[in-house]
Design a protein around this ligand. Sequence first.
Ligand SMILES: NC(=O)c1ccc[n+]([C@@H]2O[C@H](COP(=O)([O-])OP(=O)(O)OC[C@H]3O[C@@H](n4cnc5c(N)ncnc54)[C@H](O)[C@@H]3O)[C@@H](O)[C@H]2O)c1
Ligand SMILES: O=C(O)C[C@H](O)C(=O)O
Length: 306
Amino acid sequence: MKVTVVGAGAVGASCAEYIAMKDFASEVVLVDIKEGFAEGKAMDLMQTASLNGFDTKITGSTNDYTKTANSDVAVITSGIPRKPGMTREELISTNAGIVKTVAENLIKESPNVIIIVVSNPMDTMTYLAHKATGLPKNRIIGMGGALDSARFKYRLAEATEAPISDIDGMVIGGHSDTGMIPLTRLATRNSVPVSQFISEERMQEVKEATKVGGATLTKLLGTSAWYAPGAAVAAMVHAIATDAHKMFPCSCFLEGEYGLNDICIGVPALIGANGVEKIVEIELSATEKEELTNSAEAVSKTNGLL
Ligand SMILES: NC(=O)c1ccc[n+]([C@@H]2O[C@H](COP(=O)([O-])OP(=O)(O)OC[C@H]3O[C@@H](n4cnc5c(N)ncnc54)[C@H](O)[C@@H]3O)[C@@H](O)[C@H]2O)c1
Ligand SMILES: O=C(O)C[C@H](O)C(=O)O
């Protein structure tokens, strides 16, 4: 499998590294607009190959998309990250132009590619990539829910003092500080509802900490996070490569599912060789439905700024 990662910055390089470490791709091409940057990151990563035991070939390119030809999967991480105090939505004016151009360049060289959008505001950038490329909806996927769910599990494990491997949980909705919906009702510790281990008040704290997970890290780091985002993308690319039909909440183009239309937003989906193999419609409570409706309204409002 050939994978292109556009943007060789913090998230792009982390994503390329995790993909290489899993050793399932024949080639990863890093692309960046900064002269020599992607080539440098690729060389540095390749010099870890004998140490970390992978055979994936990582190459770099300064904005030459011919090097990306016939990619099976392309990940878009190009664009600016937020600074402390900013929302993801504030990045739209810079990132929309970048994501549109990059998506158009990618499909010229790789007409059969599956695109995973990471750049923020991610749900709106996924919608933009969908509109700009006209690719079938199964081949444009936004990465947000896989990361948000990993953060939810981290917070649940912390609150229950359980090993993370005991914990399961999922976050749906928009990838924003206010739009995420950690499904506390469905979170489990080894099949037992987490609500049996912690108070309702503690559960609310977990929910709120999950929603501002990205903002918390941005405040600590001075820029947004990259290890967990890179790992989340690598897990999704791996599911495509292995046709795993693994369930991730991710930003999918909806046509009636969950009562929503003409929007990309986080819902559970089975990810396999064709990208989104199936959107899974789980039964939501009245409160969760209302939260999803509100979240979708906010994403649509941001889409209106395109
Ligand atoms: N969806 C998510 O869960 C998630 C998680 C983390 C970060 N992000 C987003 O990912 C994006 C990247 O974050 P980062 O921390 O890697 O930023 P970064 O600044 O470290 O890297 C971005 C890279 O994009 C490159 N770039 C800019 N314009 C380009 C273009 N036209 N073509 C190719 N490359 C171009 C830059 O030169 C830079 O190297 C941000 O928008 C951030 O908000 C999303
Ligand atoms: O928080 C951000 O701006 C980056 C990313 O969306 C994240 O959740 O880490």
